[in-house]
Ligand binder design. Sequence first.
Ligand SMILES: Nc1nc2c(c(=O)[nH]1)N[C@H]1C(S)=C(S)[C@@H](COP(=O)(O)OP(=O)(O)OC[C@H]3O[C@@H](n4cnc5c(=O)[nH]c(N)nc54)[C@H](O)[C@@H]3O)O[C@H]1N2
Ligand SMILES: Nc1nc2c(c(=O)[nH]1)N[C@H]1C(S)=C(S)[C@@H](COP(=O)(O)OP(=O)(O)OC[C@H]3O[C@@H](n4cnc5c(=O)[nH]c(N)nc54)[C@H](O)[C@@H]3O)O[C@H]1N2
Ligand code: SF4
Ligand SMILES: [Mo]
Length: 681
Amino acid sequence: MTTKYRACNLCEAICGLEIELEGDKVISIRGDAADPFSKGHICPKATALGDMYTDPNRLRTPIQRTATGWESISWQTAFDEVASKLSTIKARDGANAIAFFIGNPAVHNSGTLLSMPSLMRAVGSSNRYSATSVDQLPQQVMSGLMLGNPNLLPVPDLSRTKYWLILGANPLASNGSLMTAPGVKDHLKNIQTRGGKVVVIDPRRTETAKVATEHVFIRPSTDAFLLLAMIHVLFAENLVKMGKLEHFTDGLEEIRTAVKHFTPERVAKKTGIASEDIKRITREFSSAESAVAYGRIGLSIQKFGAVCQWLVYALNMLTGNFDRAGGMMLPSPAFETVRSKGDWLFGRSHTRVRGLPETNGEFPVAALAEEILTEGQDQVRAFVITCGNPVLSTPNGTKLETALESLEFMVAIDPYITETTRHAHIILPPAMGLETNHYDVTFLSLAVQNYAKYSQATIPKAENAMYDWEIIGELAQRMGGDAPRDPAEIIDAGLKRGRYQLSLEQLKANPHGIDLGALTEQFPERIQNPEKRIRLAPSLVLSDLERLENDLETKNEGYILIGRRELRSNNSWMHHVNRLNRDQPRCTAILHPEDAKTLGATNGTNLRISSRVGSVTIPLEISADMARGVISIPHGYGHATRNDVANHAKGVSINDLTDELELDISGNAALNGTRVTIALA
Ligand SMILES: Nc1nc2c(c(=O)[nH]1)N[C@H]1C(S)=C(S)[C@@H](COP(=O)(O)OP(=O)(O)OC[C@H]3O[C@@H](n4cnc5c(=O)[nH]c(N)nc54)[C@H](O)[C@@H]3O)O[C@H]1N2
Ligand SMILES: Nc1nc2c(c(=O)[nH]1)N[C@H]1C(S)=C(S)[C@@H](COP(=O)(O)OP(=O)(O)OC[C@H]3O[C@@H](n4cnc5c(=O)[nH]c(N)nc54)[C@H](O)[C@@H]3O)O[C@H]1N2
Ligand code: SF4
Ligand SMILES: [Mo]
């Protein structure tokens, strides 16, 4: 028996694991109590890392789709075929005829993250898409416009805050996001034990809401009104106190003017929150010793995502809680990911068909299907995808599926045949999970405590297997790019250049990770706007206020669809792991008891939910935790044709209802807030 240590790479919490092995066989996976950051925290998903190693459904060799089904082929044949198809299409139709999609697990995989840029450079296409535009795009756009760099992402200083305002996040299910905080439940408790408060704003009384000090129901997609009214109260009651930010922030008058008409009384009906509550919460937030507002998925994937994230930043800034202990702070990672970008611009170029804006070198994925289906110069004819399942994860998945079917060539780097990869001509399966070395480039840059850790492969990859970076590197080289580079080299060089001047050797010698201390103040030094000042009132969001005004006048009517996450489910790709799904169906539509009564439905009744885009049939789950008029369906399900997923876990895809035409001003998909009708099936 041997014991090895590493970080879990399934979600953003990067928990330390203690893994017992007999030879290469995993005997047990536990939380690593000696990890100075996660301190033994773990969730049930970590055990699935062991299952993946022996999973019979996992692909072990490249496969090619033929008239008679999938056939196993050699790596050489696969690379020859992929390079030849991509080169032919590029020569004939130009580089933009080849589109790329990089999905969520890429940010949990340093090999993919560090090697994909070289492949995309070698191909030279500007048709790049990723999960960013169904996720955190609005926040990145606001970091870009306000702080000068879309990758400067501050996080809540959970260890010191006295007041945590959580909007549109459920960290007890998701284990935290854009905030690497393993054991977030302990933070919630500690904040309350030290006399602080946790307030959750959510249309559902979530697992997090239940252990918070206070939960406030909100009508979906109306957070912008709540936040505008809160900032209105700050100005009206003279509660603005910016502290040191006063000396390097522009735009105070513009934001004062912007919020002028958004009184708590005017937004109360729209948001469903009483004006007195809006005032009280604002006063409590501004008078707390320290406070931090944090808005995640529920705020980003809605039609006013950018305005919401702008106002979350602004609320922290105007109350002096930005770049201050207990507020919202920038981590100081050992491997720096924020490179100087000069003057940052949003929307430098636009998609061909709908004219949607580019951000940080990529386009909104809501435009992908039409870019494939619409004829003309630069029409997408080939598709390279890694770590993604956009048929289930992006709006109007059915249309995307039709588009993928029409492609001349598609290659997927993925360990499974999924709803998306089944449309590929060739699938290249990587060695993954426990078989990989890993330094969490992304999430160590978002950690609520400065910390570094390097994980060495726990078990060896199979003899014939290739890592993601080797596959991507081989393709890049064949497309005329650089030779593959071991990510370990890049990480070592970055660590040595970094602020702590660490090295890979040092991290290897400390397998539990190294504590690098509490977050520290970083401003104004790290502001990347050329004038070194924060821009509090960017014109992009000011220009969206008219749309907000119009929306405020629109009546609330019909049912509104939102999403949810569950602890034992991970986006679209782990529903075949029976250990996590057991017998319980998790893909249900949650409705308030009164709404169920109106529909004449009881628990388990099949409901037919319809939107502009499509219809799904799904069993009802009745819960008084749901706001009236709101229906919640988790995303990532809809595995109808997959034999490896147990029947009770197949579910339906919420993104067969979400609309690719519903977007935030940043180009992010408004996956929450879809208007639907409900009937008995
Ligand atoms: N177990 C598990 N963990 C995960 C994932 C997973 O699939 N499963 N996915 C990972 C990923 S990719 C991400 S990005 C993170 C996301 O992490 P979180 O941001 O914590 O995501 P959710 O748990 O979906 O919480 C979003 C909340 O927003 C609420 N909401 C919906 N609409 C609105 C609205 O209009 N206003 C407000 N105020 N709230 C609203 C929903 O009810 C829900 O409770 O989780 C990560 N962690
Ligand atoms: N309606 C609605 N839709 C949503 C959301 C929502 O809240 N509501 N959330 C959105 C968010 S935040 C996100 S991030 C996206 C996630 O959606 P996607 O970015 O599409 O990611 P996943 O669904 O996690 O699919 C991951 C794929 O990567 C493969 N994979 C796993 N590990 C590896 C690896 O190491 N290497 C390789 N090459 N492949 C691997 C898996 O087999 C799987 O096919 O969904 C979005 N869609
Ligand atoms: S919380 Fe996330 S990182 Fe921690 S064990 Fe669970 S899946 Fe892994
Ligand atoms: Mo995400």
